[in-house]
Design a protein around this ligand. Structure first.
Ligand code: CMP
Length: 143
């Protein structure tokens, strides 16, 4: 079963949106297999956003993601990577449609509430950066 890495960013945590966001993915039918409320160390932030290293906003991005607690999660389900991206809405909230998480709750590209893996490769990489294998649960033995 496919897994993805999702993270409520510091702005989402501060605005008390963890429950709202978790609820949307639960209601959709995906399963939460890992979660932690945490502060991201500088080194982890730089690794997580490594692909944006050359972008002019890299410093700002790392500063923001380390500015307060985040809620890191691993979700499981059929096509969860692409479907979660659809549910999140476009990266820039000016383009995200009402009904999506960013469309409903975010107004600026820097503070856009949630991060989600954009491909199977980044899902595997990001899950590995934030979670140890033994921190993820399995529902496969449930009847
Ligand atoms: P995220 O999905 O976490 O991945 C990279 C992030 O970079 C993206 O969400 C945006 O929040 C952020 N980002 C993209 N463009 C800009 C920008 N022009 N200025 C600041 N942050 C940006």
């Amino acid at each position: 079963m496919e897994k993805t890495f999702l993270m409520v960013k510091p702005d989402g945590v501060q605005r008390n949106l963890i429950g709202e966001i978790v609820s949307r993915f639960e209601k959709k039918g995906f399963q939460l297999v890992g979660a932690k409320l945490m502060s991201i160390p500088q080194e982890l932030a730089e690794k997580h956003y490594g692909e944006h290293k050359e972008r002019p906003f890299f410093g700002e991005l790392v500063e923001f993601i380390t500015s307060g607690p985040v809620f890191a999660m691993v979700w499981e389900g059929e096509n969860v990577i692409a479907t979660a991206r659809t549910m999140m809405g476009a990266t820039n909230p000016k383009d995200s449609l009402p009904g999506t998480i960013r469309g409903d709750f975010a107004a600026t590209v820097g503070k856009n509430i949630i991060h989600g893996s954009d491909s199977p490769e980044s899902a595997e990489r990001e899950i590995g950066l934030f979670f140890k294998e033994e921190e993820l649960v399995s529902y496969s033995k449930l009847i």
